[in-house]
Design a protein around this ligand. Structure first.
Ligand code: BYC
Length: 317
């Protein structure tokens, strides 16, 4: 009897059995995962840049320590994710070269500038808040290495979200009018880009249907966006801030907030490389790669020297 590999694969997925690196998988599943996980990894390390920008200007030692820890966590997330992606057969160098050439995407959100300290609060609260909403379901993704990496990422993200919200709370409840205005201004600038993080509407999301069937994605872009809005509006109320959307209104019948139209033209432009900071972000990553070349060369030379010495010892024995 002939075994249909594709059917067996889908049955495993339907039965919630994780797919592991050595298991048979359709080529398109492997490619989809590589695309999503590598883009996710790139987002983590590019995501270090807007916040890294404020480490030297944090208002006190406690804030500085927390911000350094958060930015360092993002580097860790990038590493777990690159490792998970490598199990699918692409080297980290290849993935980075796709980032540097502009072939691989990273999250649109990191192409916006961080112009005041309140942006550190808004990013933690909104960007990490949106990231948690999107990433908790990924802890149940069908590919084992991705799902396991996401468990740890999500634990850290919830600390990030709280540190951001606490910055906003301090500015809004203990700050002077100028500090409260700074918090409102940050919300005004980060709200819509955060809503866009969830990706295109479901009917314009070319990858969703297949990714849901394969249980890489468990909840659709629009459903996640709605969930995020529903939990975030009351948080803005506690802060005494106004969300910059005149159409935002509780809909009793739906049991959700209605909200205004997203500017998809802005989203498409940012994804296409024409956002406010795309060029700056990519340049920072390429420069870091080039400036680190001597470190990589030295580490490789040292590893080779040690390997030779070890081989010599074995021969002599
Ligand atoms: N930005 O068919 P769709 C973080 C692309 S890290 C740019 O719905 P999919 C954090 C999409 O890639 C945040 N591109 O795609 C880090 C696709 O293009 P390609 C990152 C976007 O994959 C540091 C096309 O649009 N999180 O939170 O089914 C500090 C059509 O979309 C975006 C992840 O990466 C976007 N926002 O769904 C703080 C999570 N949205 O690839 C925080 C993992 C869509 O076909 N990724 N595109 O050329 C995912 O969950 C999914 O990939 C997405 C998109 C929901 C993002």
């Amino acid at each position: 009897m002939e075994i249909n590999l594709e059917e067996v694969f889908q049955q495993k997925i339907d039965n919630e059995i994780k797919i592991e690196p050595r298991d048979w998988m359709p080529e398109k599943y492997r490619k989809t995962l590589l695309r999503q996980i590598s883009q996710h990894a790139h987002s983590e390390i590019v995501g270090m840049l807007p916040e890294g920008n404020w480490i030297t200007r944090a208002p006190n030692l406690r804030r500085k320590v927390a911000l350094i820890a958060k930015v360092q966590d993002e580097a860790g997330h990038g590493l777990y994710l690159y490792s998970a992606a490598e199990t699918l057969g692409m080297s980290r160098d290849e993935m980075l070269s796709e980032l540097h050439s502009g072939k691989a995407k990273y999250s649109s959100i990191f192409n916006y500038p961080t112009v005041t300290w309140a942006d550190m609060g808004a990013i933690g609260w909104l960007v990490d808040g949106a990231a948690i909403m999107n990433q908790v379901p990924l802890c149940r993704a069908s590919y084992g290495p991705y799902a396991r990496a996401m468990v740890r990422v999500c634990k850290e993200e919830s600390f990030h979200q709280r540190q951001g919200y606490e910055i906003m709370l301090t500015l809004c409840t203990k700050g002077n009018p100028a500090q409260k205005a700074m918090a409102q201004d940050a919300l005004n600038r980060w709200w819509w880009p955060s809503i866009m993080m969830f990706g295109p509407n479901d009917e314009h999301s070319p990858n969703s249907a297949q990714s849901m069937k394969w249980k890489i994605k468990r909840i659709s872009n629009d459903e996640l966006r709605q969930k995020f809005i529903d939990v975030t509006v009351p948080q803005a109320d506690i802060l005494g801030l106004t969300i910059p959307d005149k159409d935002l209104k509780w809909n009793e019948e739906r049991g959700h907030y209605d909200f205004g139209t997203i500017d998809w033209e802005e989203f498409n432009q940012v994804v296409a490389g024409n956002g406010p900071c795309n060029k700056q972000r990519l340049k920072a990553r390429v420069d870091a790669w080039n400036n680190g070349e001597w470190v990589r060369d030295a580490a490789t030379a040292y590893a080779e020297k040690r390997a030779k010495r070890e081989a010599g010892k074995t021969e002599a024995a």
